[in-house]
Design a protein around this ligand. Structure first.
Ligand code: P5A
Length: 461
């Protein structure tokens, strides 16, 4: 087989990207749709080998899924950094002590996975980190001069959900970005809250999603101010009631300055938008005219909370004021479901059996799909030349070097969801190739033009 001789060339030396030959990619595609998967994201993720269930509500992330999740994580990180939040990393395992101090150890109930170490010390796998970050903060910060402060980490969480379902959407072990704000008073704390509100809108926009902040209940986190960020989807678990017009708010006119952010926050507050638990029929009917009423379902991709001194008080986290008095710091917490977002993006973008990842998180920028005949090496060599040229230009490309029929390859790529394809089939010539935008047009173009188009798109992302 002529391909055997090319074996050593199968790994690209460009370490900036992770271009690949499909035959070498660890991507266990399934032929059948798994019957226990009820929603399209769960089905697609299993079918394309993005994840594999290891036990109920617990998944391994395989290379394709992991690569996508890491891209999402990076966008979440960049938007946190932009508003001045600092990244740190807290452990997954926490001591029960601080949870007893805050009073949440008993409240949290069976959702908390409790464990004992060999000395019999009570530990737990963190479902969230309000207590731990407060403990870190109180140990080092003593003066009002150190405020405000925004800290975050991106770490695995564990919640022993009663009914884990829908794959990564509601599972036991999941990846979350959680941020915590520390301020001197309510007024300053609201500024931090609004900053995070702004960062979330930008984050979800970069992920190709329209996420709407909805007033929500605070549940076990606590406090009296809270917004769920929800994307519309029939399969979502949040029921939402809103004024349609909230979807048309343009965030691009707002920058990171305090005034601009507060202005944006005001715009959102003008429109009624609440989740189930905050819904009041009279309010809805009074505030939203019939034609603007939208009652539907959505997926919660983020949730922010302001709870003042709910944790700082029992955990005794205070700072000294100028006059020597002590005051408990005012705190908020802010979560993004990073692993849930992988499924949420699929729910939003997978239509008519065709997936198209937003360019910002696509596992590869483009796929090369040649028709390969056993007795004809020419297409393979052409495709490989394109592959090498794209890699040289730092374009992350997946080269389908398998022997399958073109139609079978197309079916496969409908699921993998790479937004662009170069097809070497009957319509390509020696120097022109089919360049296809998924769900868009197909043109026959010289390679140089294809390359430039891709480089242009890259610079926009
Ligand atoms: C905010 C950050 C908190 O835990 N404490 C720290 C606060 N909020 S939250 O709403 O409970 O969770 C934040 C986001 O995490 C995702 N999420 C989940 N994803 C997958 N499976 C789960 N079982 C799960 N639970 C929460 C959601 O996106 C949620 O908005």
């Amino acid at each position: 087989d002529w391909k055997e001789t090319l074996y050593e060339r199968k790994f690209s030396k460009n370490l900036k990207i992770r271009a690949m030959y499909l035959s070498k990619l660890f991507i266990p595609l399934l032929r059948e749709t798994p019957s226990d998967a009820k929603i399209k994201s769960h089905q697609l993720m299993l079918k394309t080998g993005m994840i594999k269930q290891s036990s109920s509500g617990i998944y391994s992330w395989l290379p394709l899924g992991f690569k996508i999740m890491k891209k999402i994580e990076q966008i979440v990180r960049e938007e946190q950094n932009k508003i001045g939040a600092q990244e740190l990393l807290m452990p997954t395992i926490q001591s029960a002590e601080i949870w007893k101090e805050s009073g949440r150890y008993d409240d949290y109930g069976e959702e908390m996975l409790r464990i004992k170490d060999r000395q019999g010390k009570e530990m737990l796998y963190g479902p969230t980190n309000e207590e731990l970050i407060t403990e870190i903060f109180r140990a080092s910060v003593k003066s009002y001069k150190s405020l405000p402060q925004l800290l975050y980490h991106i770490q695995w969480k564990f919640r022993d959900e009663l009914r884990p379902r829908f794959g990564v959407m509601r599972c036991k072990e999941f990846f979350m970005k959680d941020a915590y704000s520390f301020d001197l008073n309510d007024e300053e704390a609201k500024k931090s809250y609004n900053k995070m509100f702004f960062a979330y809108l930008n984050t979800f926009k970069r992920l190709g999603l329209t996420a709407i902040p909805m007033e929500a209940d605070t549940g076990p986190i606590g406090g009296d101010l809270s917004h769920e960020f929800v994307i519309l989807a029939e399969t979502g678990e949040s029921k939402i009631y809103s004024d349609k017009r909230i979807f048309d708010i343009d965030i691009s006119k707002h920058n990171g300055e305090d005034d601009s952010i507060n202005g944006l926050r005001k715009k959102y507050d003008e429109f009624y938008a609440v989740t189930d638990d905050k819904f009041k029929k009279e309010d809805f009917e009074k505030k939203v005219t019939k034609e603007n009423q939208l009652v539907t379902k959505g997926i919660e991709v983020g949730h922010i909370f302001y709870f003042g001194d709910k944790y700082s008080k029992p955990l005794n986290c205070s700072v000294d004021l100028q006059d020597g008095k002590k005051v408990n710091v005012k705190m908020g917490s802010y979560g993004v479901g990073v692993s849930r977002l992988v499924g949420a993006i699929i729910e939003a973008k997978f239509n008519n059996s065709i997936m198209k990842w937003p360019e910002s998180v696509s596992p590869f920028e483009i796929a090369i799909i040649p028709s390969l005949q056993k007795n004809d090496k020419s297409n393979y060599l052409k495709a490989e030349k394109i592959y090498n040229l794209l890699i040289k230009n730092n374009i992350d490309v997946l080269f389908d070097d398998t022997d399958e029929h073109l139609s079978a390859k197309f079916k496969k790529f409908d699921l993998i969801g790479i937004p662009y394809q170069i097809i070497l089939g009957s319509k390509s010539t020696d120097d022109k190739f089919e360049f296809k935008e998924v769900n868009g047009k197909t043109e026959t173009l010289p390679l140089e033009e294809i390359k430039n188009k891709l480089l242009n798109k890259k610079s926009l992302n």
